[in-house]
Design a protein around this ligand. Structure first.
Ligand SMILES: Nc1ncnc2c1ncn2[C@@H]1O[C@H](COP(=O)(O)OP(=O)(O)OP(=O)(O)O)[C@@H](O)[C@H]1O
Length: 288
């Protein structure tokens, strides 16, 4: 399978935080959700891909090309949907187009007009007086108007109301009907992913915990519940984030089959939500 993005052992250190040996792939033709708690390293990783931040080491390619050497070729093919700070706030959509359209060989004026109408965006209103949802639509409209093959979005749904979030997800679903396109988006609103993600990448404290298809994640992970007396050393070695209460314990396993074979009769092993996975992983780390 062809990859839209590949990272191999990428590292980046800040004072007090490190992206550690980041390796993952974003598959061409699919939607990949990039999940992680606040401060896990999602935005920094996206900035590395976009070459807005320099990596310390490792290799990073987009469509098989080096993200630094071939930056211009790559940027032509990426639609980057970021928060409002990328726009000059005092400009209008009309002003912005004068800068953005000539920068792309593949600029498609009819697509631009189509999204301008469909998103009901005011061409002459200043960006600074737009709502967060309108700014997000504006950013997406520009990304879609130059035939981007890869759409990268940093937290596109945060701060949006549920109706617009759903409309945005519907739109992304529609875009994906063109099987040549790929979408990579970060979020901490895990319910968004249930609707559209094919693959999931989970980053925690600067490390990649998994990079799997959605089906595998839900079949390998499990939330285990039972009486504390089944917590032998062997069982504990398969669990993370164990939470004991007066009724028993709850924990996450990344190997539901193994736990099932040891304590399948005594304990309950449920399909986790992404929130469960994030919660117990964080808890597990805090209790090491
Ligand atoms: N330019 C920088 N200089 C120093 N530290 C930074 C810089 N950029 C990010 N960090 C730190 O790196 C860590 C990860 O931040 P990042 O924005 O990548 O996380 P995130 O997963 O996107 O979080 P959120 O969901 O809150 O946006 C944070 O502790 C942040 O303070």
């Amino acid at each position: 399978m062809e990859n839209a993005v590949e990272l191999h052992n990428v590292t980046k250190s800040f004072k007090g935080f490190q992206l550690k040996d980041i390796s993952f792939t974003v598959k061409k033709g699919f939607v990949t959700g990039f999940i992680g708690a606040n401060g896990a390293g999602k935005s920094s990783t996206i900035k590395l891909i976009m070459n807005l931040l320099k990596k310390d080491s490792g290799t990073l390619t987009v469509f098989g090309k080096d993200h630094e050497k071939d930056e211009l070729w790559i940027k032509e093919r990426i639609g980057f949907v970021y928060d409002d700070s990328v726009f000059y706030e005092e400009m209008t959509i009309r002003d912005l187009k004068k800068f953005i359209a000539p920068a792309y060989q593949n600029w498609d004026e009819s697509k631009f007009q189509k999204y301008l109408d469909a998103f009901e965006l005011p061409e002459k209103k200043r960006i600074s007086s737009m709502s967060k949802g309108m700014k997000m639509k504006t950013s997406l409209m520009f990304a879609l108007s130059h035939h981007a093959e890869l759409i990268i979005m940093d937290e596109p749904t945060s701060g949006l109301d549920p109706v617009f979030r759903r409309e945005l997800l519907d739109l992304l679903f529609e875009i994906m009907q063109d099987q040549e396109k790929s979408i990579f988006f970060s979020t901490h609103i895990t319910t968004d992913l249930d609707r559209i993600a094919d693959y999931l990448i989970f980053i925690h404290n600067g490390r990649i915990i998994f990079n799997e298809d959605v089906h595998s994640v839900f079949s390998t992970y499990g939330v285990v519940k039972g009486d504390a007396d089944v917590l032998t050393k062997e069982v504990k070695s398969e669990l993370t984030g164990i939470k004991e209460t007066k009724f028993g314990f709850e924990a996450l396993t990344s190997n539901a089959d193994a736990v099932r074979s040891i304590i399948g009769r005594e304990a309950l092993i449920e399909k986790p939500t992404l929130e469960d996975i994030m919660y117990f992983t964080k808890r597990g780390e805090a209790h090491v």
